[in-house]
Every structure is written in C-alpha cells, then in structure tokens.
Design a protein around this ligand. Structure first.
Ligand SMILES: [Zn+2]
Length: 188
C-alpha cells in the first residue's frame, strides 16, 4: 500500500468527519447532565408515538490514564423511537456499510496489495463516509463528547427539541428562589 493510498484513506476518513458535522449543522443543541435527562415518548425522527427503545451510545471519553489501565467512560441511553424509523435506521446503516465495504474492496482489488498486512486497517477509512451518511438519514438524536458532568445532545427535529425542553424543565425547576418582600430573585 503506497503512501498515496494511505493518504486517500485518511482523506476519506476526514471527509466522513466533515460530513458528520455538515449533516448535523442545523440540529438543535442541548448541553446538560446525562443523569437526569428524560426523553419524550415520541419518535425523534418523525414525531409519531414511540413504541420501541433504541440504545444510543456517546463517543468514549478517557477519564484516567494509568500505566496499565486506560479508563474510558461513555454514556448510553435508551431513547423511545417508533418501530418504523428504527427499522429504516437499521436498514440504512446496513446499506451504508455494504456500499462502504464494496468501495473499499474495489480500491483493494484495483490497487497493488499492501506489503504489510497491517495496512489493511487503512481501508476502513473508505467505509467511514458511507457509514456516516447512512447513519444520519434516519437519525433523530446524536450524542456529542461527554465531559465530567455534562454531554451535548443534538436533535434533528425542532418540534421534538421543544418537547424535550419542556419535559426536562418541568423536572428540574429553574434555580431561582423568590426573595421576601418582592425584592427580586436569588439565583443559585
Ligand atoms: Zn419515527
């Protein structure tokens, strides 16, 4: 595998990353603690009543780096979806992976085989943009990188985002205490 091929694979991977950003650029953003977030019982993709739970996982965050242990944390949540969108999402991801693998395989067959077998991992870079695109066609919620206390959630549908905000505001009332004698509010 020549350096041109490695550079192309890395470029394809970067393209996937850019695509991921581009497809979510208009999505609503919520930043909050993952432990007390509640999801509305409607599908985040089509807003129909939800009847299945889909598990979504955040990217991994390295929380500690010891000599022998690398501790990673990620956040998972079961999000109500409708079964129709759940099926479409699974189908899209499968199609994306198949197309990506076909693309990687074609490049593998048309170019000289890598001298070092380990270089085969670079071909995964060609699969990534296909996966990203397919994954986002029927996706309603995406998780960002978590930090110590909070995570960024992204929502495709503004209507769903409104319901989410309403639900989560009811659960955690604003941190304001009215002061006696109508002197305003105490902000925590
Ligand atoms: Zn749906």
């Amino acid at each position: 595998m020549g350096w041109i091929l490695i550079a192309s694979a890395v470029a394809a991977f970067a393209l996937g990353g850019a695509l991921r950003w581009y497809l979510k650029r208009n999505w609503c953003r919520y930043y909050g603690s993952p432990h007390n977030v509640v999801f509305p019982r409607v599908c985040p993709v089509c807003l129909a009543p939800a009847n299945v739970l889909v598990e979504e996982t955040s990217p991994e965050r390295v929380t500690a780096h010891y000599v022998i242990i690398r501790q990673v944390e990620k956040w998972k949540a079961k999000i109500p979806h409708c079964s129709k969108c759940e099926r479409k999402q699974a189908r899209d991801v499968t199609i994306g992976l198949v197309l990506g693998c076909l693309c990687a395989l074609t490049i593998f067959l048309l170019t000289p085989a890598p001298e070092d077998a380990r270089a085969v991992v670079f071909y995964a870079g060609f699969i990534y943009p296909f996966y990203v695109f397919a994954d986002h066609v029927h996706k309603g919620i995406a998780f960002g990188w978590p930090d110590d206390k909070a995570i960024t959630l992204r929502f495709k549908q503004a209507g769903y985002y409104d319901q989410f905000l309403e639900l989560n505001q009811q659960l955690s009332p604003p941190l304001e205490t009215p002061l006696a004698g109508n002197q305003g509010v105490w902000r925590h």
